[in-house]
Design a protein around this ligand. Structure first.
Ligand code: SF4
Ligand code: SF4
Length: 306
């Protein structure tokens, strides 16, 4: 495979080596999960089967499980609003869940905008768009601080006024013309921004929701490990598909420096796409406690088994 093919068609070698399903299983699982998290909210309005009432900002599942977006709760508190015990409990439950599985799991497995930004990135590759605005991926953390300051200064839940995530989710769930219309406009703006202005511009550089969940999951148990890094052939497919490509190199190439194979960056979304596209099965999901610092013991045994 030529380097150019790797850029335009990352994962082709994995499909050839392992078959289409194995080379796309985490991507398929994520799309199903994203549909699921919209689906459980729409069965009520559409069919009268109320699995979850509300939206991603605040919901009640099966009539008993309250879930609250903790960033919305923080903005409310900053704005001086009094929050109910149920809302605080809902936010605590969400925080605990993401602290365990990785905060950015929200971005790659739940957020409906993810499919839109993935599509923009895929299309950029297909159209051969290489240039774009170079943004710092820490910009989102500054924006997160700005959102809280704005909430405190204005006494409003500032981010929710323009948040494309809840707008899109609310639009999909309620189906209201006005909500769906504004959600479509904002989502289209995000898509065009990612496509024409900045590669992975929104999720990787600007979204304060992603920044917040990165902080929540910075010590999470669930991690991706480059456990079989000794088999890497430098095809770069994982770097091409990774929405946070800066997280890969320390784990993949750190053996000589004694760095373990676990991807420990808070920015990793646990999307599993690197696992999918690697024809050498370098990556797998693991826990943060299961690290072979040299990264060779597991690699040797797996190579032997194969
Ligand atoms: S880990 Fe190595 S072989 Fe696997 S996709 Fe990345 S660069 Fe290619
Ligand atoms: S390192 Fe792998 S799991 Fe983490 S964001 Fe990148 S592609 Fe997704």
């Amino acid at each position: 495979m030529s380097p150019r093919q790797g850029i335009t068609d990352p994962g082709a070698a994995s499909v050839a080596a392992r078959g289409w399903l194995a080379a796309n299983k985490w991507l398929l699982a994520r799309r199903l999960a994203q549909l699921f998290f919209v689906g459980i909210f729409v069965t009520g309005p559409l069919f009268g089967v109320w699995i979850a009432k509300g939206n991603l900002a605040s919901s009640l599942t099966l009539g008993v499980l309250p879930l609250t977006d903790p960033l919305m709760l923080l903005q409310s508190l900053a704005a001086g609003h009094v929050m109910t015990g149920t809302a605080i409990l809902g936010a605590a439950l969400v925080m605990v869940a993401y602290a365990l599985v990785g905060g950015r799991v929200y971005c790659s497995w739940v957020c409906p905008v993810n499919a839109v930004t993935d599509l923009a990135h895929w299309l950029r590759g297909r159209l051969g768009i290489q240039k774009g605005l170079a943004l710092n991926h820490n910009t989102r953390f500054w924006l997160l601080g700005g959102v809280l300051v704005a909430s405190a200064a204005t006494g409003t839940i500032a981010w929710e006024v323009i948040n494309p995530v809840t707008m899109l989710h609310r639009g999909l769930v309620t189906g209201g013309i006005l909500t769906l219309g504004s959600a479509t406009l904002v989502t289209a703006a995000v898509f065009l921004f990612d496509l024409g202005i900045a590669s992975r511009g929104w999720c990787t550089h600007l979204c304060p929701v992603g920044a917040f969940y990165a902080l929540v999951g910075s010590r999470s148990l669930l991690r991706v490990s480059a456990v079989n890094r000794i088999a890497c052939n430098d095809c770069m497919d994982c770097f091409t598909v990774c929405p946070e490509r800066h997280v890969i190199a320390p784990a993949l190439r750190g053996a000589a420096k004694g760095v373990g194979p676990l991807i420990l960056s808070r920015d990793c979304t646990n999307c599993g796409r690197c696992i999918d596209v690697c024809s050498k099965t370098v990556f797998r999901f693991d826990t943060r406690f299961h690290s072979d610092p040299a990264g060779t013991k597991s690699a040797r045994s797996e190579t032997k088994a194969a």
